[in-house]
Design a binder for this molecule. Structure first.
Ligand code: ADP
Length: 597
């Protein structure tokens, strides 16, 4: 699972939020710091100026009271007063000359240049108060000056104090440092709180992320967050998404199951390939048809159905983009004929679908039908030819000679009789097959049925010196069968026994109960039948010896009729025979009342 990148994304969001809030706090603090220090600077300067003006005013007032307007009087007083305030003090006469200065000795005063043009002095004379900040022309260092006017003799005097701005700067720097420290502390506190706030805000998001991840594995998981805020809305949307996905998935699964159930229950084999020609699906019918075991996915169609023609069919369908149909003859353990239709799947890049129907049985039935028609034609041809020949002979004058006329009329009669029998048998067979013959099973006494069949043919048998006897135990019970059908089946078997049995032999009609069935057996002392003929003996027109059968008046349909009749009554027919030891033809039918015995 790609949990790495998602975790980074969450952290990224939190880090971004944290950075933004810290940046905002820092910007606010900087702005506050800047404006506070500006205000502080101004206040400090104003207060310092006011202090200096007060100092100058005090010193000036003291000088005025003392009347100290000369160097000798002013100098000591000025030095004493200035020492209290710690600043330099200068007394400037109305003509601008310096009368006293605490930074200069009395002797040095004479060399001091005229101070009348100094800006603070000019301002003080005009306004009463004056300020200036500059490098002292006398002391050659930065000084801040505050001057006040003194109304003394000879015009306005000026008392000026000078202080080093370094003092003020130190105070300003200290207050700035304090402010900066406060701001930094505030920043750290704000960052901590921001971190906490972001962590708290991110917690439900983290939970949502976990839930979303869990949903990837199991769509029944829900957020279970019920809040009115954005997180609640997101959770609701996530739950809705999961609901929709689960419903869509269920729908898809249902459709898929339905489709696969349909495919699996189809009688036709279905083989689907992908764009690479590899098998993606083979349904049950196909796997059974070609005895395919194991996994089919990813294999080549030729591995499953070993037939080059099918491969060609796939190639043709893909190449032409149209369905290709062909009947294939598949060799192998179970050779079969298969009708294959391969159609390209109408989707770009998709493969093809092959539908294969097993037509082996269909083709076999077609062959049977063809053979049957050929057999019937062949059987009809001989009597028709004989009748035509005899009729022609009669027409060409044979009728004029009484003995010839009689002989040819006899031929016509015999062959007409044979045609009649053939047509009758064919009609019977087709009626039974088409279920047109009404089979109406009732409870019949087994012994009575056997005896009746024997009786019916007793005369015919006697003509060949054959005896027909019955051997039915007293407890043979009753059978559930249609009277007419059972009689026809039994007489067919006895007739055969008479036809193929030797003269002066015995035919035995037996019957016995065998559990839920009753078995009738017609046993003869005839030549018997070779084992190779036995499996096909009940087929239509199948004869061991066609010539003998025809001579005996057989149509080749008798046993087929027996088998069909027995099956129509829910039973079966069969034969046991050994060459030289006679044959035992049997019919098995449901017993009428098993519980009564
Ligand atoms: P058919 O009209 O030729 O008798 P059937 O269907 O009744 O036709 O019998 C099919 C073939 O089975 C006969 O041609 C004969 O070769 C053989 N067959 C039938 N019954 C007997 C029998 N009792 N003994 C020996 N062969 C028999």
């Amino acid at each position: 699972m790609a949990s790495g990148p998602r975790a980074t994304a969450t952290l990224g969001l939190r880090a971004r939020l944290l950075l933004i809030s810290i940046a905002l706090v820092a910007a606010g603090l900087l702005l506050a710091n800047w404006s506070i220090s500006r205000a502080l600077d101004r206040t400090l300067r104003d207060r310092a100026r006011a202090q200096h003006v007060a100092e100058a005013s005090l010193i000036g007032a003291s000088l005025r009271h003392a009347g100290a307007y000369s160097t000798a009087a002013a100098d000591p007083l000025l030095r004493e007063l200035a020492a209290h305030v710690g600043d330099r003090a200068t007394l400037v006469a109305p003509d601008g000359s310096v009368v006293a200065d605490t930074a200069l000795s009395a002797a040095a005063l004479g060399a001091v240049e005229n101070h009348g043009a100094r800006p603070e002095v000019v301002d003080a004379r005009r306004d009463g108060v004056g300020f200036a900040e500059r490098q002292s022309g006398t002391l050659h260092r930065d000084l801040a000056y505050a001057a006040v006017r003194l109304d003394g003799p000879g015009g306005p005097w000026v008392l000026r104090v000078a202080v080093s701005p370094a003092v003020e700067a130190t105070a300003r720097a200290a207050s700035r440092r304090l402010l900066l420290a406060g701001a930094l502390f505030g920043l750290v506190v704000a960052a901590g709180m921001s971190w906490l706030a972001v962590a708290l805000a991110a917690r439900p998001l983290r939970r949502l992320t976990e839930v979303a991840r869990a949903m990837g594995r199991d769509l029944t998981v829900r957020t279970r967050i019920d809040a009115d805020d954005e997180v609640g809305a997101l959770a609701g949307a996530l739950d809705g998404l999961a609901d929709g996905l689960a419903a869509a998935l269920a729908r898809l699964e249902r459709d898929r199951d339905r489709l696969s159930a349909m495919l699996e229950s189809m009688a036709e084999g279905v083989l689907v390939t992908d764009a690479n020609g590899q098998v993606v699906l083979a349904n049950r019918a196909l796997r059974e048809m070609f005895l395919i075991g194991g996994d089919v996915e990813g294999r080549e169609p030729i591995e499953l159905v070993r037939d080059a023609e099918l491969r060609e069919l796939f190639a043709e369908a893909i190449r032409t983009g149209r369905a290709a149909t062909r009947e294939l003859s598949i060799e192998g353990v179970r050779p079969r004929r298969v009708m294959a239709r391969v159609a390209p799947v109408e989707q770009p890049g998709a493969g093809a679908v092959a539908v294969l129907s097993d037509v082996t049985e269909l083709r076999r039935l077609e062959t049977v039908r063809r053979d049957f028609v050929a057999n019937v034609s062949h059987e009809l041809r001989t009597p028709i030819a004989a009748i035509r020949g005899a009729a022609e002979t009669l027409l060409l004058g044979g009728a004029n000679r009484p003995d010839t006329a009689l002989e040819f009329a006899g031929i016509i009669d015999r062959h007409a009789e044979r045609l009649h029998r053939l047509v009758e048998d064919l009609l019977d067979l087709s009626r039974i097959e088409a279920r047109e013959l009404r089979i109406d099973p009732t409870e019949l006494d087994v012994r009575a049925e056997a005896e009746r069949a024997a009786e019916l043919l007793a005369m015919q048998a006697k003509a060949r010196g054959i005896r027909v006897r019955t051997d039915v135990p007293a407890d043979a019970g009753s059978v559930l069968a249609d009277h007419g059908a059972l009689e026809q089946a039994l007489t067919n078997l006895v007739e055969n026994a008479i036809k193929y049995g030797p003269e002066r032999s015995t035919i035995t009609v037996r019957a016995e109960a065998r559990g839920e069935r009753v078995r009738f057996v017609v046993e003869d002392e005839g030549p018997g039948i070779e084992p190779k003929h036995l499996p096909r003996l009940f087929e239509r027109f199948y004869r061991v010896d066609a010539g003998r059968s025809r001579r005996a008046g057989g149509t080749g349909l008798g046993l087929a009729i027996v088998k069909h009749l027995a099956e129509a009554m829910g039973g079966a027919a069969g034969v046991e025979s050994e060459v030289g030891r006679g044959s035992r033809f049997w019919i098995e039918l449901p017993a009428a009342d098993v519980s009564s015995r």
